[in-house]
Design a protein around this ligand. Structure first.
Ligand SMILES: C[S@@+](CC[C@H](N)C(=O)[O-])C[C@H]1O[C@@H](n2cnc3c(N)ncnc32)[C@H](O)[C@@H]1O
Length: 410
């Protein structure tokens, strides 16, 4: 153990695994290789040999390149650098944009097949404007870290070392222009740069107190904290709102049911449901961050039927299961539930309670394909089937992919 670290080996990489890492084999052992493209033969430097079942390595030279290989869009992340000095956060930046989407499709389809036994012909849809911009300039928010000398940059991939940079090409022009590349910071760990649709770009330095900002989505405006969650791709709020509106099956939607927007943030998706079904729609947004809930209450104030509650989703559902009256349980059974959990997914307890409450449909917005597939499999145990699925390339040049699924009772 440890004796192979730093050694260079020749590997053929065959496919992409969850997390955006290519898979090769060395004497029968799986090796996860960064900065490679499936189909390539590479020289890779071993970075981790601690596990029996798999090792990790970083491509350092390409012997037989894939036709899909491109020069990295970010020189700070290029294969020409020592692996420890490559900027993280753009791990697909060396792959043609259309092929990135194909790899994301494969990861999503394979996760659904392996974990939920579902065959899917889902496509990963490109966002408007991304083709022309070669997938650059989409981030309306970035987080940079501060190194010991006070310089800012992303972390290297799989490491805690900061890589100082002079450009952040995935970020929008406004974010790039506002990023203080040449300043030195002291006493803080992070610098966030964000460019809301209303007002100027701004910085959030370390644990700075939140300031209320405004984001516009179509005709609607949302208030939120500059320290709080908001979808990152400039097109994401609009595209996901429309995708959720489309995913809700009208025939199963009851505006008087106890409809839910779980992991609701500042109410973006509850608003999408309300906009589609009208101001009498009853919907409760549940979110653990109290300030986000306050904003959600304000953002949803045009609907008499809308409410925002601060709670952890698991606790809120447990309480509903134990304490709801018979009438409220009937309204939950008739409900449409929008579910937009963080990357770890909803998990066993939340999916279990939802299964027992048995809402008419669950619209699941997922930022992790494996968590989605696991939760779809859990929902299947409770009698739900996946009957609608779309996927969106909301994170070009990274391995991330967003999906919107509908689950209905069989
Ligand atoms: C992916 S974001 C979605 C937010 C919102 N749907 C949107 O599109 O803007 C997930 C949200 O879940 C919240 N969250 C994380 N864990 C939670 C939990 N256990 N219970 C309730 N909310 C949680 C986070 O604060 C965050 O606002």
């Amino acid at each position: 153990m440890g004796e192979f670290i730093g050694r260079e080996v020749e590997l053929e990489v065959s496919k992409i695994a969850h997390g955006g890492i290519a898979v090769g084999r060395l004497d029968g052992r799986v090796v996860f290789v960064t900065d490679a493209v499936p189909g390539e033969t590479v020289v890779a430097r071993i970075s981790d040999d601690r596990k029996k079942s798999f090792w990790r390595a970083d491509a350092v030279r390409i012997l037989e390149p894939s036709e899909h290989r491109r020069e990295h869009v970010w020189s700070a992340a290029s294969i020409d650098r020592d692996p420890r000095g490559r900027a993280g956060g753009a791990e697909f930046g060396h792959i043609a944009l259309s092929h990135q989407r194909e790899l994301k499709r494969q990861v999503l389809a394979e996760a659904l097949q392996r974990m939920a036994g579902i065959e899917s012909d889902v496509k990963v849809e490109q966002m408007p404007g991304d083709h022309a911009a070669n997938g650059l300039g989409w981030r309306t928010r970035i987080r940079l870290h501060v190194d010991e000398q006070g310089r800012i940059g992303p972390m290297a991939s799989r490491s805690h070392s900061v890589i100082p940079v002079q450009e952040v090409p995935l970020a929008s022009a406004a974010v790039q222009a506002a990023t203080p590349f040449d300043e030195r910071f002291e006493g803080i760990a992070t610098v966030d740069v964000l460019a809301p649709t209303r007002g100027d770009a701004r910085l959030v330095l370390g644990e700075q107190k939140p300031t209320v900002i405004r984001e516009r989505v179509g005709e609607r405006e949302f208030q939120l904290d500059d320290t709080g969650f908001w979808q990152v791709h400039r097109e994401a709020p609009g595209v996901l709102s429309a995708a959720v509106q489309q995913a809700v099956d009208d025939a199963l939607f009851d505006p008087r049911a106890a409809n839910l927007d779980l992991y609701g943030g500042v109410g973006l998706l509850a608003a999408a449901v309300g906009d589609r079904f009208g101001p009498t729609t009853r919907i409760t947004s549940v979110e653990s961050d109290a300030r986000a809930t306050d904003h959600a209450a304000e953002n949803l104030s045009d609907w008499v039927g809308a409410a925002a509650e601060t709670a952890r989703v698991d606790r809120w559902l447990r309480d509903a299961e134990q304490n709801a009256s018979t009438a409220e349980r009937d309204r939950l059974r008739a409900a449409t539930v929008v579910l937009d959990p963080p990357r770890s997914g909803a998990g066993t307890e939340v999916m279990g309670i939802l299964g027992r409450l048995a809402p008419a449909q669950i619209v699941y917005v997922a930022c992790d394909p494996v968590a989605l597939a696991r939760d779809v499999a859990l929902a299947a145990e409770a009698g739900y089937r996946l009957d609608h699925l779309r996927a969106f390339d909301l994170f070009p040049h990274t391995h991330h992919v967003e999906a919107v699924a509908r689950l209905v009772r069989d």
